[in-house]
Design a protein around this ligand. Structure first.
Ligand code: URA
Length: 350
């Protein structure tokens, strides 16, 4: 099993070159004699500006500059500067704007407090940080990221593979998982049993009765029929004519029901190419909840058994096809922004 490169932990591929350079700076602490820092350069931990809210030690820790103790020493040794000002006290607070100007040994730091990572989860590992007996998805991530509070967004079963997000932003994590926010998840599945048909599509759109209550309406996409293969406008029509006809939002308020319809329709459009590639014993299922074993239980309610399961999308994000099993990468700024937007949250400054 390949373990992804971890020397520069939280960098989207497009930014790799530049980040690798700054990582070299971050990870190596040159042994040059430290300048003497006077007490004047080692002031009380007062903010440098009115909007200051980030402690230097937290920012430097987020830039892989070592432990809190290492960082305290870097400050004491006069190696941390903001413009011309030496920051002698690691507890000094700065604003987000100022944080972007921080220098270590004269080199700019790349600071990212909020971590957001997509992983292609291996099918044989638990979605957990640690387990005494079994391998976990966290084993495929570098320790320094886990130390910064990275946790998985929801859970995939041990035998499920595919898109697993990780973040240290608890509010975002909660919103991505909560059914209230109607963030879609798209699964590609193989199943055993009789071929799924139109009536199963209609049942999913109406919501399936599970032992913990009916599901929200979901979109089940089956391989294209010969007739559909000729139809250019297929995803929209499929939803409107088939799924839309029994769409039953249950207890949802009108606005939520409308949002759910829109989210399902949009997801159907986004996976149109995937749908074209489905084998006869495969299907796509779009759900906006994340209950325990939900897809497997939905298929069981339709009298079928899931034989393999992969998550291919979450919200606006598709699993990056360049990620092999067990690999991960940081989300780029655009991906981050659209996830925060979907979760009705502001993108964090750092
Ligand atoms: N539904 C399941 O049954 N399993 C998963 O891992 C995810 C969704």
């Amino acid at each position: 099993m390949d373990t992804p490169e971890t020397k520069c932990p939280i960098t989207a591929p497009a930014e790799e070159d530049q980040a690798e350079k700054s990582c070299e700076v971050k990870m190596s602490f040159p042994k040059a004699a430290p300048p003497k820092v006077s007490t004047a350069q080692n002031p009380a931990p007062t903010p440098l500006s009115g909007k200051a809210s980030y402690r230097i030690d937290k920012l430097l820790a987020a830039s892989c500059c070592g432990s809190r103790k290492d960082i305290k020493k870097l400050c004491r040794d006069g190696r941390v500067r903001l413009g011309n000002q030496t920051i002698g006290n690691a507890a000094t607070k700065v604003s987000a704007e100022e944080a972007k100007e921080l220098l270590l040994d004269g080199q700019p730091l790349e600071i990212q407090l909020t971590l957001l990572i997509m992983m292609n989860k291996r099918p044989s590992v638990l979605t957990a940080l640690v387990d005494r007996r079994e391998a976990t998805a966290a084993d495929d991530l570098p320790e320094e990221l886990l130390e910064r509070g990275l946790v998985p967004v929801g859970r995939l079963d041990k035998d499920t593979s595919g898109l697993l997000l990780w973040t240290n932003d608890g509010t975002l994590n909660h919103r991505l998982c909560s059914p209230r926010h109607l963030i879609s998840k798209v699964y590609r599945l193989s199943y055993s049993g009789l071929p799924l048909g139109e009536e199963d599509v209609l049942k999913c759109a109406a919501g399936l009765p599970l032992d913990d209550g009916p599901t929200l309406p979901a979109a089940l996409l089956l391989p294209l029929s010969a007739e559909e293969k000729l139809n250019q406008d297929q995803p929209g029509r499929y939803f409107e004519e088939l799924i839309g006809s029994t769409f039953a939002p249950g207890a949802l308020k009108a606005a939520e029901a409308e949002k759910l319809r829109t989210v399902l329709l949009e997801s159907c459009r986004q996976v149109a190419a995937e749908r074209r590639s489905l084998a006869d014993d495969e299907a796509l299922l779009v759900i906006c909840e994340g209950r325990f074993h939900q897809v497997k239980r939905m298929l069981a309610a339709l009298g079928r058994e899931v034989t393999s399961l992969t998550r291919i999308r979450e919200g606006s994000l598709s699993l990056d096809p360049r990620l092999d099993s067990g690999e991960w990468r940081a989300l780029d700024e655009k991906e981050k922004a659209s996830l925060y937007l979907e979760a009705s949250l502001e993108v964090p400054e750092l």
